[in-house]
Design a protein around this ligand. Structure first.
Ligand SMILES: Nc1ncnc2c1ncn2[C@@H]1O[C@H](COP(=O)(O)OP(=O)(O)OP(=O)(O)O)[C@@H](O)[C@H]1O
Length: 253
């Protein structure tokens, strides 16, 4: 293993996924390196969500491999992959709407959050303190006792991030995490993401809004019709006229 390989957390290797006769992932190879924010960009139906589903074990590849820290995770269930340290957010957020913000966090720390589990009362107290720390970092401290359903839209987005933070995942897969945020919330979100990345989190984002893509990305992976057409620094990828034409639908791939 050379020095570059040592930085690769997740390696996608010659990955294919077919649904019947439809090939939605076509020989994709992509490395995600520690401490880097990679954005998946591409027109509708390019295969971005499918790639997330393949990484998280919600779908099984037709062929190819996905290595997490050098070990194949293909064939593992989605909860086994989550336990490896890969967490995911969804566009529809999937919060526990009728639980409080604090409960939404503590539930993610299951199974160890129950009083009769190892650690007992002291363990529970430590988890509550950690939950409060996460809520402070996600600007939700004063909402700890508010039910998720009663939060504003941006607060719900921050809660979905807080839940990922509570899992201690090393890799975050985020599906349009900044869409619909007002400018102030977007700046807070960006600060939060940059801080977490500085502390060692690796992030992959699906995003359509090019302003957000430019603001967030260290690296862009451009997909079209299941194929990875480019993987590189944002300026190079976004200034490629061929990719721009595909993205804006002016020509076929
Ligand atoms: N379960 C499935 N069965 C059959 N086809 C599927 C299935 N899931 C996805 N597809 C097809 O795979 C292709 C890629 O879909 P995917 O949702 O991954 O694209 P995407 O890039 O995330 O698109 P969008 O930006 O619109 O969300 C599409 O043609 C879609 O219709």
């Amino acid at each position: 293993m050379n020095a570059d390989d040592a930085l690769v957390l997740l390696r996608i290797s010659n990955l294919n996924k077919n649904f019947g006769g439809l090939q939605v992932t076509n020989n994709v190879s992509l490395d995600m390196r520690a401490g880097v924010i990679t954005t998946l960009v591409g027109p509708n139906g390019a295969g971005k969500t499918t790639l997330f589903n393949l990484i998280t074990g919600h779908l099984t590849p037709s062929s190819g491999d996905i290595l997490w820290q050098g070990e194949s995770i293909v064939g593992k269930s989605h909860w086994q992959i989550a336990r490896c340290g890969i967490a995911r957010s969804f566009q529809d957020l999937r919060l526990f709407n009728h639980m409080t913000v604090e409960e939404n966090i503590l539930t993610v720390m299951e199974p160890a959050s129950w009083i009769w589990q190892p650690g007992g009362r002291a363990g529970r107290r430590a988890r509550e303190e950690r939950a409060m720390d996460i809520l402070a970092r996600t600007h939700l401290l004063d909402k700890a006792k508010t039910r998720a359903i009663d939060l504003a839209y941006a607060e719900r987005k921050f809660l979905s991030l807080a839940r990922i933070m509570a899992t201690d995942a090393k890799m975050w897969l985020l599906d349009e995490p900044a869409s619909g945020l007002d400018r102030g919330s977007y700046e807070l979100f960006l600060d939060l993401l940059r801080t977490e990345v500085r502390h060692g989190v690796t992030v992959c984002i699906i995003e359509h809004n090019l302003d957000i893509v430019i603001g967030i990305s260290d690296r862009i992976a451009f997909l079209d019709q299941g194929r990875l057409l480019a993987d590189g620094d944002p300026n190079t990828v976004l200034n490629d006229p061929h990719l721009a034409a595909i993205y804006f639908g002016e020509q076929a791939a």
